[in-house]
Write a protein that binds this ligand. Structure first.
Ligand code: SAM
Length: 263
């Protein structure tokens, strides 16, 4: 049974207190080397919009396209698509009905049916229902990337495309007991995270096994300033984000943009 990652409770609590949260992802910085902590914090929301825009641009959308955003969070990317092309039909799918309810609240069309509850590995849609699939920073949570790719293959039309960003880790070069501590901490802070040290080769095998060709852009450097914004809570205490920050410092966190085309 798929499980909703517990860290989203904190985002939902912030929304309940009046915060407007569009995105839950690491964002994208065009000149990361020029950004220090102060500008990173001030510009984080803009960086998040940039990531959405970059991934949406890679979808090569046409007005008649039907798009599914898998693991849509609060719907920020879905709204970015609507802004860039109001004619495109977009549906957001999320395991968490509470996030969907927030997305619906932000929606300018009351009772919009574009918010669907479901699991990425068992998509509740007929075959060939979509021309494009998007999945922003969510697949590392899924029970199996291969199962998700299989479902993506099924619900996409013949020339369909899946564009995604994903956090891909490689095993830290540390003694096994330290690696186990990282794994334990990651599961506690961000679980479910089933295949922690999968690496890009495993993802390529999964994509090709179900009939996709895969293109990868390594955008790790473009996320760097975002690591100034995570890691400590408001009281300065370390959070789960500190683990990601440390894996990033060790060169073991890779932020990838992926495009999968049906072969
Ligand atoms: C890091 S957030 C990214 C949210 C959104 N894509 C964004 O960029 O703002 C991960 C999202 O994946 C969703 N999720 C996790 N496991 C899922 C699953 N098995 N099926 C569908 N959604 C899932 C979570 O509820 C959460 O909304």
């Amino acid at each position: 049974m798929a499980r909703i990652p517990a860290y989203l409770d904190a985002f939902l609590a912030a929304v309940a207190e009046g915060a407007a949260i569009d995105h839950v992802h690491l964002g994208h910085w065009d000149e990361p080397e020029a950004i220090g902590p102060v500008r990173a914090r001030a510009g984080f929301a803009g960086a998040q919009e940039r990531l959405s825009a970059a991934l949406v641009a890679w979808l090569d959308l046409a007005p008649e396209h039907r798009v599914l955003d898998v693991g849509c969070g609060f719907g920020g990317t879905l709204r970015a698509i609507r802004r860039s092309d109001p004619k495109v039909a977009v549906i957001g799918l999320n395991l968490d009905p509470r996030q969907l309810a927030v997305g619906l609240r932000y929606d300018d069309r009351p009772r919009n049916a574009a918010w669907v509850a479901g699991d990425a590995c068992r998509l509740p849609f007929a075959g060939a229902a979509f021309d494009r699939l998007l999945c922003v920073e969510a697949a590392f949570h899924f029970a199996s990337r291969r199962a998700f790719f299989g479902e993506a293959q099924r619900v996409l039309t013949r020339k369909g495309v899946l564009v995604m960003s994903d956090i891909v880790l490689t095993r830290p070069p540390l003694p096994p007991e330290r690696v186990a501590l990282f794994a334990d901490g990651l599961e506690d802070a961000f679980g479910p995270w089933p295949a922690k040290w999968a690496g890009i080769d495993a993802i390529r095998r999964d994509a090709e096994a179900v009939g996709f060709s895969l293109r990868v852009t390594d955008a790790t450097a473009n996320t760097e300033p975002s690591f100034y914004t995570i890691g400590l809570d408001r009281g300065g205490r370390p959070t789960g984000g500190a683990l990601l920050r440390e894996l990033h410092r060790l060169g073991c966190l890779h932020y990838l943009h992926l495009r999968l085309d049906k072969r």
